[in-house]
Design a protein around this ligand. Structure first.
Ligand SMILES: [Zn+2]
Ligand SMILES: [Zn+2]
Length: 361
């Protein structure tokens, strides 16, 4: 303290001002630099790939679906060779997204949604109407899945057995056999649609059969339930982290126009809609970015293993370990049952004691 007293006031003021300047300006400059870099990367990425539009307003469902008549399927034309389809919230609360990519030799449909009945959900009819002719017949179609959960493959039945349509199985053996990843964990398979190569990679974590797709032509990354503006349900956190790191490394030096997942369960501010809600007013947009994919490993590092909401500059990541939550729920139910039985037994015993006492009296 004695030596500080010898400092001249002016020097203290200068040092304080400099420190304050560094503290205030450095983060601002870092933030501005990050923003500028992201902007440059986005511009470079969109310049390198075939353009498309995400200017679409998805049907928001209804508070009372019995009082509205929404079309079961909404179709958005991203560009002439790429379509995004979504099942209506009033048809299924899952409201899953499906993607149709058209090449010169064949087309590929990613996922078939949550509704099997063609009378309720005219998926096959709609997809076929979007396919161009190839000679006298429609272009050949390949049907693949992001993973085996029913809300991504219930519509398979509308396509199985059709001529010129191949439906890839959804079980783990069929998935491995079809993509022939030389190494399941790190392998990348190329699907050639004719003038359009789609790369497929295993991204287990949400589910063991999860596969993500990257379309070189459009720079679109299809992330299924592995990454989306919704609850990220994680079956296997360690596998999910490996997948997130693998995907981040994959996209880092590739152009990514948009990241498109399987569902939307958030509003524009990042608040979750109630579970199984069929009404999504002011819904979050479907598209996410390369920055979001790059932020995923960091968000997963902040996951407590049960339920976490990790805020990033991309927005909140809501992560839930579905298996552990189920186990806790199961244990809670068992505990509640044991307590109920114990309380009933106690009352029965007390009643018996009282009757005995009365008998003795
Ligand atoms: Zn799923
Ligand atoms: Zn799903």
């Amino acid at each position: 303290m004695m030596s500080e007293k010898r400092w001249r006031g002016r020097r203290i003021v200068v040092v304080v001002v400099m420190l304050a300047g560094v503290a205030f300006v450095a983060p601002w400059r870092a933030g501005a630099q990050r923003q500028a870099e992201a902007q440059i990367a986005a511009t470079r990425d969109s310049a390198q790939v075939e353009p498309g539009t995400m200017n679409v307003h998805w049907n928001e469902g209804a508070a009372d679906c019995t009082k509205t008549s929404l079309p079961p399927l909404q179709v958005h034309r991203y560009n002439a060779q790429t379509y995004i389809l979504r099942e209506s919230l009033c048809s299924t609360f899952e409201a899953p997204f499906m993607y149709l990519l058209i090449g010169s030799r064949r087309a590929m449909l990613i996922d078939t949604g949550d509704v099997a009945d063609a009378a309720q959900m005219p998926l096959e009819k709609t997809v076929m109407s979007l396919l161009p002719m190839s000679g006298l017949a429609k272009l050949r179609l390949l049907v693949v899945h992001t993973h085996r959960h029913l809300d991504h493959r219930a519509g398979d039945v509308q396509f199985t057995g059709l001529a010129d349509v191949e439906v890839v199985g959804y079980d783990i053996a069929s998935v491995r056999k079809f993509y022939q990843f030389d190494n399941w964990k790190d392998g990348i398979a190329e699907i050639d649609l004719g003038g359009r190569i789609v790369e497929a990679m295993a991204t287990p974590g949400h589910n063991e059969t999860e596969v993500s797709f990257y379309d070189r032509n459009t720079g679109l990354f299809f992330s299924g339930d592995f990454m989306m503006p919704a609850r990220l349900l994680i079956d296997d956190p360690s596998a999910d982290m490996d997948s997130a790191e693998k995907v981040a490394a994959f996209v880092r030096d590739r152009p990514v126009s948009y990241v498109l997942g399987g569902h939307i369960e958030m509003d524009a501010k990042g608040n979750l809609f109630p579970w199984e809600s069929r009404y999504h007013p002011n819904e979050h947009v479907l598209q996410m970015t390369k920055e979001d994919l790059l932020a995923l490993p960091g968000a997963l590092r902040g996951f407590n293993g049960f339920y976490s909401v990790v805020q990033t500059k991309s927005g909140p990541f809501v992560m839930i370990d579905s298996m552990r939550i189920l186990m806790i729920f199961g244990a809670g139910v068992i505990l509640a049952l044991v307590l109920i039985v114990w309380v009933i037994a106690w009352f029965v015993r007390r009643g018996k004691r009282k009757r005995m006492m009365r008998g003795m009296a």
